[in-house]
Design a protein around this ligand. Structure first.
Ligand SMILES: C[S@@+](CC[C@H](N)C(=O)[O-])C[C@H]1O[C@@H](n2cnc3c(N)ncnc32)[C@H](O)[C@@H]1O
Length: 258
């Protein structure tokens, strides 16, 4: 699939993604920014930045921020949130920045085993000794919050196999080897805090339906059916007085450009 097609799934409910789903990911962003010691004076690029909450948080820490994503509708939100940042629509496998433009490159579940060219591009735009921080899905199926991502399995078998390829970097040793082969010195993978939270089953279903992988299921079963089935799934998880919460295994890698 060409990168221009990505907006079809990721952009169709951009405002709902940005306000219902993305905020829960702040734990992940804060943990990685802390690990990378993001601070004043850092030139930071976020690849596959989506609607830009991670960028906004890096800006609050004092970094000078840039971002890129394939979805124009997500990028419109990222620009609205961080008007001073250099945020572009484009392909992370062909970055529109010069060599050695950044001190830090991040990507939150945006770089996969299927996108080695994106890591080569991250390497190219990093200054010598620049830091790369990426997060990847771990074993989603064995995570306590696995039920929350179960609706993604309502896609066709082909799409589900592709989703599995995309999470390959979470396996022990695989992500480290992938980054070492592409010119980074890499520390061991570490766990990243990651939990989705929604106030009720209806909001969960809407938030989930706004994501790219949900669109793959929606193409199979239709949006009404997707939302109805996801709402029903979440009803069994309601806890009195508490939000729906699903913790998913996510790993982080930090590398330094050799
Ligand atoms: C799993 S989402 C992660 C988004 C964001 N990092 C976050 O934390 O919410 C994957 C993102 O990758 C973007 N994407 C997919 N292929 C891309 C490509 N070739 N170049 C740039 N962005 C891409 C999608 O538009 C989507 O925003």
């Amino acid at each position: 699939m060409s990168w221009e097609m990505v907006d079809e799934g990721w952009g169709r409910r951009a405002a709902e993604f940005a306000t219902l789903s993305e905020p829960a990911q702040c734990r992940e962003y804060v943990a990685m920014h802390h690990r990378l010691a993001v601070g004043g004076g850092d030139r930071l690029l976020d690849m596959a930045c989506g609607s830009g909450l991670a960028l906004e948080l890096a800006g609050i820490r004092g970094a000078t921020c840039a971002g890129i994503d394939a979805s124009p509708r997500l990028i419109a939100i990222a620009r609205d949130r961080s008007p001073d940042a250099d945020i572009r629509v484009g392909d992370m496998e062909d970055l529109p920045w010069a060599d050695e433009s950044f001190d830090i490159v991040t990507s939150f579940r945006g770089i996969w085993g299927t996108t080695p060219a994106a890591v080569d591009e991250a390497h190219r735009v990093l200054a010598p000794d620049g830091r790369l921080g990426i997060t990847v899905w771990g074993n989603v199926g064995k995570s306590p919050g696995a039920w929350m991502m179960q609706p993604f399995q309502w896609a066709t078998d082909d799409k589900i196999r592709h989703q599995a390829d995309m999470v390959a970097l979470g396996r022990p040793g695989v992500g480290e080897a992938f980054l070492v082969d592409r010119g980074f010195d890499v520390a061991e993978r570490f766990e990243i805090p990651f939990s989705f939270e929604y106030p009720d089953p209806e909001t969960y279903a809407r938030g989930l339906a706004a994501t790219g992988p949900a669109y793959e299921a929606i193409e199979s079963i239709g949006e009404d059916d997707f939302v109805a089935r996801a709402t029903e799934l979440a009803r069994s998880q309601v806890r009195d007085g508490l939000p729906l919460r699903g913790t998913i295994e996510v790993f982080g890698y930090v590398g330094t450009k050799r």
